[in-house]
Design a protein around this ligand. Structure first.
Ligand code: F6R
Length: 243
């Protein structure tokens, strides 16, 4: 695992946008693994700016999103599909047929089967990840099986509390999520995990220091990936003692 320390989330977004741009220039039909959440905001802002400046072309690329809240349709303003539409899809030129998302309001089994089929026949080239305070990646919560494929998840109280900031109150946060599995993430050719701020420090500290992967810390499965970059900001780096 490589680690890069950047000044802040803006610098992290710029760094990852540049890496993505380089990879896309080598392989225009890349499959991106996307994530929603606050960590992604600066990255997506730079991708949109670079697209507008004529520096990026997504017309041959595809993307798949990690996860979704069960019960929220794509036009619900707290769904991850909506987040991605607002922050990325409405501003860049992915072909709609190349965007692969869960429909949170679809039948859970049908959605999981569809995603599983897609991921069995396609390999993610460039997976972008945020991380939960409890170490979750996607909605793979602590104790998720490392061999998991797309599945539904009962969200932990930690995750519900952390995500309540996006809803009117914590009662409105859905209790179930759909997520691609740990197995699917590990199969990605390249993984970039971004973590900013003190709250993510305990998870990153263990990810970098433990010499084993532990299902209680889902992000630790990244130790098994072929090509991983962890991007952290200065605040987090200071806490975990990185230069
Ligand atoms: C969202 C996702 C989650 C987030 C994580 C961090 O698609 O996969 O695992 O990456 O909860 O969320 P933020 O970035 O809001 O701190």
């Amino acid at each position: 695992m490589k680690v890069r320390v950047v000044d802040d989330a803006v610098a992290g977004g710029r760094l990852v946008a540049d890496l993505l741009k380089r990879t896309l220039s080598l392989k225009s039909d890349m499959l991106f693994g996307l994530a929603a959440g606050g960590t992604m905001a600066e990255l997506y802002r730079f991708l949109c700016e670079d697209y507008k400046a004529g520096l990026l072309d997504f017309s041959r690329a595809s993307c798949v999103n990690l996860d979704e809240y069960a019960g929220l349709s794509p036009d619900h303003n707290q769904s991850f599909a909506w987040f991605l539409y607002e922050q990325l899809f409405s501003r860049v030129n992915f072909e709609p047929k190349n965007i692969h998302l869960y429909n949170g309001a679809g039948g859970i089994e049908a959605e999981l089967t569809g995603m599983n089929r897609f991921l069995i026949s396609n390999t993610i080239d460039f997976q972008m990840l945020g991380v939960g305070e409890n170490g979750h990646i996607g909605f793979n919560e602590p104790e998720s099986a490392f061999a998991s494929s797309p599945h539904s998840v009962k969200l932990t109280e930690d995750t519900i509390a952390a995500n309540a900031r996006f809803f009117e109150n914590s009662e409105n946060v859905p209790r179930t999520g759909l997520t691609i599995g740990m197995r699917d993430i590990v199969r990605a050719r390249q993984v970039i995990l971004m973590a900013y701020g003190a709250k993510k420090a305990p998870a990153i500290d263990r990810l970098l220091r433990d010499d084993f992967a532990d299902p209680m810390l889902p992000c630790s499965i990244l130790k098994l990936c072929a090509d991983v970059l962890i991007v952290v900001d200065r605040d987090l780096a200071d806490i975990v003692g990185l230069r």
